[in-house]
Design a protein around this ligand. Structure first.
Ligand code: CTP
Ligand code: CA
Length: 233
């Protein structure tokens, strides 16, 4: 598979990719999760590796196999995902070159998840679930003072005002690019194998045709490669 392209424009570059959902436990057998197959994030990790990057994929629970040529770290919760990303970020003295946040992170975790399975008590009301905000992984990594990756890319699934919402996220989170994904019913792509991406950055918007997730990943990896001049040994 490394032969997709014998030219490796990202050789010597280090990349972090997040993928999949996070699972937030209610008790040992129940959880709150986001819907995500991990297909897009896993394809991006693989596409960056195909261009020669040294890629670490931090993935929530998915049924996909770990991509070939990529170091994969499996996590469950948003807090574990942040901790794993920070370990990758701090593993070496030089900052990461590239970080792509494709995970569908649960915005809230369960406050004080129960250590034992919650039991039904006849006649008693159902248990209340108290939610607490999860850390924003993208924002935390993008805003790290000394170790900010050179290129930070986020995703945003939106159903309306796609580009305006993406611009707001770009500013709020401090990333360089947002892959805004039109998931309105009219786009016909939600939950499927293709995505309609508008790449939003500080200089403007690049609107891509609807592509399958592997093609989106390759196009994004190629686009990232144009931002880096090759590292010569
Ligand atoms: N993200 C993250 N950590 C979170 C929430 C989101 O890293 N706790 C990342 C996602 O991986 C994605 C980007 O932030 O790259 C945008 O996620 P999204 O859910 O669209 O944005 P939110 O800021 O959570 O806003 P909202 O869900 O209210 O639209
Ligand atoms: Ca969210």
């Amino acid at each position: 598979f490394f032969q997709r392209q014998s030219w490796k424009p990202l050789a010597g570059r280090r990349a972090l990719v997040t993928s999949g959902p996070t699972h937030e436990p209610i008790d040992p057998v129940r959880l709150i999760a986001n819907r995500s197959s991990g297909k897009q994030g896993h394809a991006i990790a693989r596409a960056l590796a195909e261009l020669g990057a040294e890629v670490t994929l931090v993935s929530g629970p998915v049924t996909l196999p770990p991509p070939i040529g990529v170091t994969t770290v499996a996590v469950e919760t948003a807090r574990e995902m942040l901790a794993a990303c920070q370990r990758v970020q701090m593993a070496e003295t030089a900052p990461l070159d590239i970080a792509v946040f494709a995970a569908a992170v649960a915005d809230w975790g369960v406050d004080g998840s129960a250590p034992q399975k919650l039991k039904k008590t006849p006649g008693a009301p159902p248990p209340a679930i108290h939610l607490v905000p999860n850390p924003d992984i993208l924002a935390t990594i993008a805003q790290s003072a000394t170790l900010r990756p050179a290129l930070v890319v986020g995703f945003a699934a939106e159903t309306e005002q796609v580009i305006d919402h993406a611009r707001a996220k770009l500013a709020r989170k401090g990333c360089d690019w947002i892959c805004a994904n039109d998931v309105s019913p009219a786009s016909g792509t939600f939950g499927g194998d293709s995505n309609t991406i508008h790449l939003v950055h500080h200089e403007g918007v690049e609107s891509w045709p609807t592509l399958d997730k592997t093609a989106v990943a390759r196009r994004l990896a190629d686009r990232i490669a144009t931002r880096f001049s090759p590292v010569t040994a």
